[in-house]
Structures are given as structure tokens and as C-alpha cells.
Design a protein around this ligand. Structure first.
Ligand SMILES: Cc1ncc(COP(=O)(O)O)c(C=O)c1O
Length: 457
């Protein structure tokens, strides 16, 4: 049987085939009205007057009125290849014409190619992947596997971390997102993260002897059966406000995790795929070899996909019934993710993130010299944060000022992210397609905006 006629039809990319109410030109007010009526009210948007984006290119977004914005947040640290990358779009179109979906009950080319490509770029020894649909699902799967492998329920997570919104992922998170009184019934324990600007122990780096890292031993000895299945941490906490501990934190923690027989899980949902510059994975900067890494966000650069990659002996324990997900490993998402890896390699994003990240950080540090609102500039590659404070001595979080900064940036055509327990940290996690000119323009806007907001301090 020939499939050609159908394929030919689709190849024409006949816009008339696209549902009419998708093609209609809406005003922002019309769309917000529909949302108000039919969307769960919990789905909130940034900004008092939300933006309606209709298209994008590189690191620029265009709203329904035709206004352009430099995007320094990539959705939420997701569109790593920018908007509309020709290779990305062509791959999705090409795959959609052939096979959007069949389950992993059957073999497909994109799933197989993707896991092979992942093994080629993963930290040494990690070669077995399982693909799901989101970061939360990846975390659930990784923890389930670690507990099963170690026959131990205990998992230690870091304070302020965010690992997702499914039940277990929420229990592992402490980024201030708890909305119902949840217990910790499932063996999750917490240890401090290395947040030097607001040290948990009131100490100063580097004279602190890394008490935050060493405290893990205390947590394990007093709150577990002297053994853990796993320790999970982000190499740089994203939602918490771009918090990056010194490398030594991870090396000390790693030693303790191994001493108590645990697996080291590096949650690379935000730090993966070159975002931190020079290396594929954030944890590689600390010189620690994780046992499992979890992936999502930039992995699909916008197409929903998540997963984990681990050592063969750990994956071997995972049963067929543990590893089923209806949409996990679907051809369309996997093909898009293969294109993302290709683009990162061909466009030398690892080098680009390092170079542009250094440039942006330098510019932000010079803004810190001129603006007392800027308490700290931190992060690595194109994962940078600026913590805003009302007073540099007391470090009182500049919560309202942060909201003003966001609104003023938006009105000048600049999109930034918000993070931190108090919501006072600017997050810079742009598409890696960003240009030096855009950094220049963005920093000029930030300079004006900080000046304006400081008038009220
Ligand atoms: C570090 C980290 N892990 C996991 C998740 C959960 O990912 P998702 O929103 O795709 O479920 C997030 C989401 O922000 C994250 O930042």
C-alpha cells in the first residue's frame, strides 16, 4: 500500500487544513477573556497585564501587537535552541509527516537514535536511558529505580530545591511551593544546600569548612537507618534563585553519599544540555560522577520530553512494568530531542554558553557596582542570577522591587525570570541562541530599570 498521496498533501503545508479558529487573528483581550472563562484559575501568567506571544525567532519573541522582546528566560529555562530554529522545525515537520505516535511497545527509530545519542554525551559510565514526558516524571522514575536498586526508602534532598509537582517530586522540593499540609511519609529527608550569600549556619565562605556539605552525615545518622537509597541535588538550584554552591560542596557530599551506600542523582533538568557552558552537564564542573542524571526542559527545547540516564547495572533492576509511559519515548518528541542535540553540537552551544555567559556576568557585575539594589550576581554559563535586596547590609529581600523590575523590563521589551524563596532573584536562563548585541541591549535596559526602582528605596 502506498502512503504517498497523504504525505504529498501534508507536504504542501496547506494552511487551509489548519483549524480555522487557530488561524484567526486574536487580540490579547479576546484570548484572556477565553482563558478567564475556561482555564483553571490556578494557571497564572507573569505581569499585571499579561503578554500574548504569537511567534519567535532566535532569542526574540513577538507579541500579538507586533512588539518584540529579548527573551532571557526561555519560557522557563526551556527553549535552549531558541524559537523557530530551522533544523528543529524541519525535524518536527518531517517526523510528523511520518509517525507522530506509537507506544514503546513497538520499536521506533527516533527513540533508539535518541538513547544512543544521549549515551554519547552523558557523563562516563551512564549509558541506559528511560524517556518520559516531563521533569517531574523523570524524578519519580529515577527515585523509584534508586530505591528499588538499594532496597532502601531513604532519599536526601536539598533545602530550597525544586524537583517538580507530582506527589513525590513535591515531597522532594522545598522551594516554598507547599500549598497543602503534606507530611514526609516516604523517607524523604533534607539537608542544607550551599547558599553562601545566606549561609544556613551563619558562616562565611571560605572559612566555613563547608559545614553545609558535612551536615549531610548528621542527617543520615539521625534521620535514616544509617543508609540511603539516594541523594538528589541540582548542580545550580534554579527555582530557588540560581544558587550555586562551591564545587567543594558537591565533592564532600558525594563522599558522604558513597560512605552510606547511596546513589548520587544529579537533577539536570535546568543545568543540562550545555546551559552552564563548556560542558554538557552542570555536575561536571564539580568533578563528581553521578550515578543517575535526570533530564527535561532544554532536552526537547519546547517539545515535552523528560528522562533519566544511568549505569547499566542500576537500570537492570528496573522492571518492564516500571518503565511504561504511554507518551514516553514517542517518535515526535524523540526526533525533536535528537535535533536539539545536533544543533547544540553544530552551533557549538557549549562554547557559546561559556562565552556569552561570561560576558553577561561581567555586565551584571558592573551593574552591581552602580546599583545598591543588586545584592549578589551568581551562576555559571547562561544560568545566572541577580539577588535583589533593599539593603546590602541587612540583605532584606527586595520583593516588591523585583515585581517593579519585571514590569518595567517588560514594558521596555525585556523578559526575565523570577526565583528565590522570597521571589527576589532575577533568573537569566535564555535560549543559547542569544547574541552579544542582545546582552548589550538587555543590560542597558536593566541599568535604566534599576535606576528607576532605586528611587523608591
Ligand atoms: C530542577 C528541576 N527538576 C524538575 C523539574 C520538574 O520539571 P517539570 O516541570 O517538567 O515536571 C523542574 C521544573 O522546574 C526543575 O526545575
Amino acid at each position: 500500500m502506498q502512503f504517498a498521496p497523504n504525505a504529498e498533501l501534508v507536504n504542501k503545508m496547506d494552511n487551509d487544513l489548519v483549524p480555522e479558529d487557530l488561524r484567526k487573528e486574536y487580540t490579547k483581550d479576546e484570548i484572556l477573556e477565553i482563558e478567564k472563562k475556561y482555564l483553571a484559575p490556578a494557571v497564572g501568567h507573569y505581569y499585571k497585564d499579561p503578554v500574548l506571544f504569537v511567534r519567535g525567532e532566535g532569542a526574540t519573541l513577538e507579541d500579538a501587537s507586533g512588539k518584540h522582546y529579548i527573551d532571557l528566560f526561555a519560557g522557563i529555562c526551556t527553549t535552549i535552541t531558541g524559537y523557530n530554529h530551522p533544523k528543529y522545525v524541519s525535524t518536527i515537520q518531517w517526523q510528523a509527516e511520518r509517525l507522530v505516535y506509537t507506544s514503546s511497545l513497538y520499536a521506533t527509530i527516533p527513540y533508539a537514535v535518541l538513547v544512543k545519542r544521549l549515551a554519547e554525551i552523558a557523563p562516563s559510565g551512564l549509558s541506559r536511558s528511560f524517556i518520559v514526558n516531563s521533569g517531574s516524571e523523570a524524578i519519580e522514575a529515577a527515585i523509584f529505580m534508586a530505591r528499588k536498586y538499594k532496597s532502601n526508602p531513604y532519599v536526601v534532598a536539598c533545602q530550597r530545591a525544586y524537583h517538580g509537582r507530582t506527589t513525590l517530586a513535591r515531597e522532594l522540593s522545598s522551594a516554598g511551593w507547599r500549598t497543602v499540609p503534606e507530611g514526609h511519609p516516604s523517607g524523604v529527608r533534607f539537608t542544607p544546600y550551599g547558599y553562601c550569600y545566606r549561609c544556613h549556619f551563619g558562616k562565611e565562605f571560605p572559612d566555613c569548612d563547608f559545614e553545609c556539605a558535612r551536615y549531610l552525615r548528621e542527617v543520615i545518622r539521625t534521620q535514616t537507618n544509617n543508609a540511603i537509597a539516594a541523594f538528589i541535588a541540582e548542580p545550580i538550584q534554579g527555582v530557588a534563585g540560581i544558587i550555586q554552591p562551591p564545587s567543594e560542596y558537591f565533592r564532600i557530599v558525594y563522599e558522604i553519599v558513597k560512605e552510606y551506600g547511596g546513589l548520587y542523582i544529579s537533577d539536570e533538568v535546568q543545568t543540562g544540555f550545555g546551559r552552564t557552558g563548556s560542558k554538557w552537564w552542570g555536575i561536571q564542573h564539580a568533578g563528581v560522577d553521578p550515578d543517575i542524571i535526570t533530564l527535561a526542559k532544554g532536552f526537547g527545547s519546547g517539545i515535552p520530553i523528560g528522562g533519566f540516564i544511568t549505569r547499566p547495572e542500576i537500570a537492570a533492576d528496573y522492571a518492564v512494568t516500571d518503565a511504561f509511559a504511554t507518551f514516553g519515548g514517542n517518535p515526535l518528541s524523540c526526533a525533536a530531542a535528537v535535533a536539539v542535540i545536533d544543533i547544540i553540537q553544530e552551533s557549538k552551544y557549549l562554547e557559546r554558553a561559556a562565552k556569552l555567559g561570561a560576558l553577561l556576568k561581567k555586565r551584571l557585575e558592573s551593574l552591581q557596582e552602580d546599583h545598591k539594589l543588586v545584592g549578589e550576581v551568581r551562576g555559571q554559563g547562561l544560568m545566572l542570577g541577580v539577588e535583589l535586596v533593599r539593603d546590602r547590609t541587612t540583605k532584606e529581600p527586595a520583593v516588591q522591587e523585583m515585581l517593579q523590575v519585571m514590569e518595567l523590563c517588560k514594558s521596555r521589551g525585556l523578559l526575565i525570570g523570577k526565583g528565590g524563596l522570597d521571589g527576589n532573584v532575577i533568573r537569566f536562563q535564555p535560549p543559547l541562541e542569544l547574541t552579544a548585541e542582545q546582552i548589550d541591549e538587555a543590560c542597558t535596559i536593566l541599568d535604566e530599570v534599576f535606576t528607576e526602582v532605586e528611587k523608591g528605596l
